[in-house]
Design a binder for this molecule. Structure first.
Ligand code: SAM
Length: 237
């Protein structure tokens, strides 16, 4: 991937946030540009060719614009030759607790995408082939985490994919840095952070396997001081 492609994708994915205000646009630039997970999901072909997504704890819905921009660049032939084809975003529904984030998401959403204010502990998840949970499950209590994961599995079509990122509570100082950064970013976004319910990445993996997923863990913190793990989980046939 060249740096000019990187910039074109970032520009296309963040342009819609100009309509959502200064903060939303800068936040989108910072997060999509610096967090390795967004480029990696495309480079690794994490999504099925036609993705119907529910995004739990979606923040300002960055993933919807990221995949829409990727689809446009791919259709225009502007795509790294060593990457799999960009997924086609057939449906995107984000669920987000904080009204501030929902309000930043709404003016920027691509056609057909939806972001709803709700609590992932009880919001209906619908029927999808991808459930995304990026950095949002550790905000809720362990029993609720288990219940969300069970409902995520039940929402998935056969062969469905769960894409989940977690801080690895077994990682020592880099994990502590994750939690400090979480507190800082949460307060910059205008919220207060309560208790966090983190676990070692290996424990998350075991939980998903028990629920019927094949899991591929991948370090997802390149270029950052943090200890984040991406768990790419596919429902066993
Ligand atoms: C660290 S942010 C990640 C946002 C988004 N997944 C991303 O990668 O850009 C975690 C998000 O989860 C949301 N969240 C936390 N608890 C939630 C709940 N119970 N229901 C819905 N959203 C929740 C937070 O408000 C926050 O926007």
């Amino acid at each position: 991937m060249t740096s000019s492609f990187r910039k074109r994708l970032l520009d296309a994915a963040t342009a819609p946030y100009r309509q959502a205000g200064h903060f939303a646009w800068h936040f989108a630039r910072g997060k999509l540009g610096r967090d390795p997970v967004f480029f990696s999901l495309l480079a690794d072909g994490a999504f099925p060719p036609r993705a119907r997504i529910v995004d739990l704890g979606c923040g300002q819905g960055l993933l919807s614009n990221w995949l829409t921009a990727a689809g446009r660049l791919h259709a225009a032939g502007d795509w790294p030759p060593d990457w799999p084809a960009a997924p086609q975003l057939e449906a995107y529904r984000g669920i987000e607790l904080m009204p501030n984030d929902v309000n930043r998401a709404l003016p920027a959403l691509p056609p057909g995408a939806v972001v709803e204010q709700g609590d992932i502990r009880d919001a209906p998840l619908g029927e999808v082939n991808v459930v995304v949970i990026l950095d949002s499950l550790h905000y809720i209590e362990p029993a609720a985490q288990e219940a969300v994961l069970e409902r995520a599995r039940d929402a998935l079509a056969p062969d469905g994919t769960l894409i989940m990122r977690v801080g690895d509570a077994a990682a020592g100082l880099p994990f502590l840095l994750c939690t400090w950064a979480d507190r800082l970013i949460t307060s910059v976004r205008g919220h207060r952070l309560g208790t966090l319910y983190c676990r070692p990445a290996a424990e998350w993996q075991r939980t998903l396997e028990r629920l019927g997923f094949n899991v591929r863990p991948q370090a997802m913190d390149a270029g950052t001081p943090f200890a984040n793990t991406l768990l790419l989980a596919r429902l066993k046939a």
